[in-house]
Design a protein. Structure first.
Length: 272
């Protein structure tokens, strides 16, 4: 959907949208045909039939991804040569050139732009271009987590700060759903808040319900989970991810070990 969204929502020519997303026009046309035939569900990721049978270690895959996110952007041939050398040293099966190219091609286009061209290029291509205010209720919902500024006692009697997950209607600014919980935010808590947001409330004064066209969130692991992705596909909700670590009105680049570029390239740096 990231590649097709400019074409579907803003009328950008498919050739330009494909170039911006880093895919071939042929692939973009195939995705567009699948979307028109089956909607967002047709583009949902499906597990590979041979999943779990690959002999390529996960560390090797992460190494390829980390090398691909370096600046300046290395060629696929350079990545393949480097990984082959390290694989031989570590006793890993050496990946083929095609395998390396497939892994590099599967990187998120936004993350690749952020790593190779910086935050300004990312905002121009993936954040500011698509960001707009909703024109009607249930057009855009925003999902976010907040650690509350209060202390409660958990089951063990230990003082802890609870978390609040909210689903907010962008047009009316009304809360469509929420959940309060202890522990780190997870896909389960997000799904519970979304379920409450969708269903009609028992209190007639709380009239917000239905299905949004777009669910806007950040790049947290719970927002990008396979479960939530499938929920959005099944309900025909278009998930939209904002800039990594940003808020919709205040896009700022994160720093430190929580930065996805840091996580993806940490293993590659270890082999320098």
């Amino acid at each position: 959907m990231t590649v097709l969204r400019p074409h579907l929502e803003h009328g950008v020519p498919l050739t330009r949208a494909a170039a911006a997303g880093g895919v071939s026009v042929r692939t973009a046309r195939r995705w567009l045909a699948a979307y028109r035939a089956g909607g967002p569900a047709a583009l949902a990721r499906r597990p590979r039939a041979d999943r779990g049978t690959s002999t390529l270690p996960s560390e090797c895959v992460e190494l390829v991804e980390g090398l691909a996110l370096r600046r300046p952007q290395p060629s696929t041939a350079h990545i393949h040569r480097t990984v082959t050398t390290i694989a031989d040293q570590r006793g890993w099966p050496a990946p083929s050139y095609e395998t390396v190219r497939t892994i590099v091609g599967g990187l998120d286009p936004g993350l690749a732009t952020l790593a190779h061209q910086g935050a300004a290029a990312y905002r121009d291509r993936f954040e500011l271009v698509y960001r707009r205010e909703a024109a009607r209720p249930n057009e855009v919902w925003q999902a976010d987590h907040t650690e509350l500024d209060l202390m409660i006692l958990d089951a063990a009697g230990t003082p802890v700060r609870p978390w609040l997950t909210t689903i907010l209607d962008d047009r009316s600014r009304a809360v469509a759903g929420y959940t309060v919980f202890l522990g780190d935010p997870s896909a389960l808590q997000t799904s519970l808040a979304l379920r409450q947001a969708i269903w009609r409330k028992t209190d007639p004064r709380w009239a917000v319900c239905g299905l949004p066209d777009v669910l806007y969130s950040d790049h947290g692991a719970d927002f990008t989970s396979a479960h939530l992705e499938q929920v959005c596909a099944d309900t025909r909700i278009r998930p939209t991810l904002g800039m990594v670590g940003s808020r919709r009105a205040d896009a700022r680049l994160p720093t430190g070990r929580n930065h996805p570029h840091h996580r993806a390239s940490a293993l590659a740096q270890a082999f320098r």
